[in-house]
Design a protein around this ligand. Sequence first.
Ligand code: ADP
Ligand code: MG
Length: 214
Amino acid sequence: MEKVESFSVLKLNTWIVRQCEAMGLKQPTPIQTNCIPHILSGEDCIGCAKTGSGKTLAFALPILQKLCEESYGIFALVLTPTRELAFQIADQFAVIGKAINLKQCVITGGMDMVLQGQELARRPHIVVATPGRLADHLESCNTFSLKKIKFLVLDEADRLLAGGGDFDKQLKVIFSALPKIRQNLLFSATITDALEKVKEVARNKVFMWEDPAD
Ligand code: ADP
Ligand code: MG
């Protein structure tokens, strides 16, 4: 797709375009321009572009739009490898989502399990988590369910799916708690080795976009 001048041509609702403008974002980045319309139309998506290219909003904006159209319970689960990334992603959701009173919670290690369990029980719209701590919750309590999520995002998907580490076991626990029908969005700076594994996660129709500039 050609470079576009405004967020408004990506089939995003006016309130989202306004929030972007209020954040000082003038035009979508290439990964946003290319991925957002496909995600809005219901496809799985693999997006690959270098660090700093705006991958978070490439998945956050369409998720927030769909959330407004059909919200109930936990709507989207975003998995990312580190605690720091989890908070960065949640920050971007919060800035755009304040226009709709977005409720989200961040589930990572180093925080109180009981308090986190209570937050999950309040059915946030978005859960941003690292795999280890979320798997701990799934194995230890039943205050919440992920059975009705509509979106699974794997941010830094290559790191989550690289294999060999603890993530393998943790992701198995998490995936078994998810509905089979869901939209899978994978974003990464490099996607190469993870591609085979991606096929296990994603459904048949996958829109894949790799930044030609990288
Ligand atoms: P990454 O691709 O590494 O995940 P991020 O999504 O974290 O990158 O975005 C990096 C920075 O770029 C963030 O501070 C974000 O607010 C900013 N950003 C995202 N989209 C745009 C845009 N369309 N125009 C200008 N800045 C943007
Ligand atoms: Mg990122």
